[in-house]
Design a binder for this molecule. Sequence first.
Ligand code: PLP
Length: 317
Amino acid sequence: MHTATDLNALVRDILTSRVYEVAKETPLDPAPLLSARLENIVLLKREDLQPTFSFKVRGAYNRMARLSDGERARGVVAASAGNHAQGVALAAARLGVRATIVMPRTTPEIKVDAVRALGAEVSLVGDQYAEAQRHAEQIAQESGRVFVHPFDDPLVIAGQGTVGLELLEDAPEVETVLVATGGGGLVSGVAAAIGGRVQVVAVEPELSTAVHTGLAAGHSVPVSPASIADGLSAPFAGELALATLREQRATSVLVGEEAIEDAFRWLYERAKLACEPAAATALAPLLTGQVEPRKVGVVVSGGNVSAQIASGILTRR
Ligand SMILES: *Cc1c(COP(=O)(O)O)cnc(C)c1O
């Protein structure tokens, strides 16, 4: 089903993407203390500096910019407890499209408020993401509104792929790029964009392994994520993402919860960077020695962390 034609289409969609109507071209910052410790060059791709503080707005906007006039008039629906919700809400505001975001009732109030502040309607349903997703899909089906998926959509993947293009443009000498991975939208976009020239590594928590499990099985398999890196808790990996990762010879690495927390503290203390646990996951395999520290780009995928979670991690050691 997925072929080289899909990869070509993905690359074309990346090159023609419209993310810069809303997303920033983020800086690629040197990390001198990390580089010294690892005796090599570490560069941090600062997606935590996007409006809404994560890369998710790239994919959401790229998908929604391609809605037909009729689809725009009807509006969109999405399900998310986190960064995708804010990405869709901001994209909708820019495009003048009505958005309903279904969030689990357990979503922290600060995240619900952020989505509402961007002008989206929030509907609180279910105790877990899966229930919120079912409800959102049901709304989409009944109302004819487009369901904007957080990762399993070629245009979303293409939008995320622009992260890879920017990274390689700023640092053509980079040999390895580490990408925190949930459902695989970001890492497969990056792999499609630059996987031929750079070793792309999908980094997942041992407690949240949608892509790792899917690659091993040869197809998407349901998983039950339970990591502190809540931004990575996708219940399955996208098939197009898996096919793209195979085709571009991306590798997959799993990291433990302690390594994620260590990486979080390193970024905080030595790079003066407050990111979210999902983003710290990308750095973890360098600190544990699971990935050889060559000239490395680390995608700092998001910065949405509450003071409570951050202080918990920072004081645990
Ligand atoms: C969504 C997200 C990821 C993972 O992206 P996928 O496309 O689901 O693999 C990584 N980091 C952050 C901060 C995210 O919000």
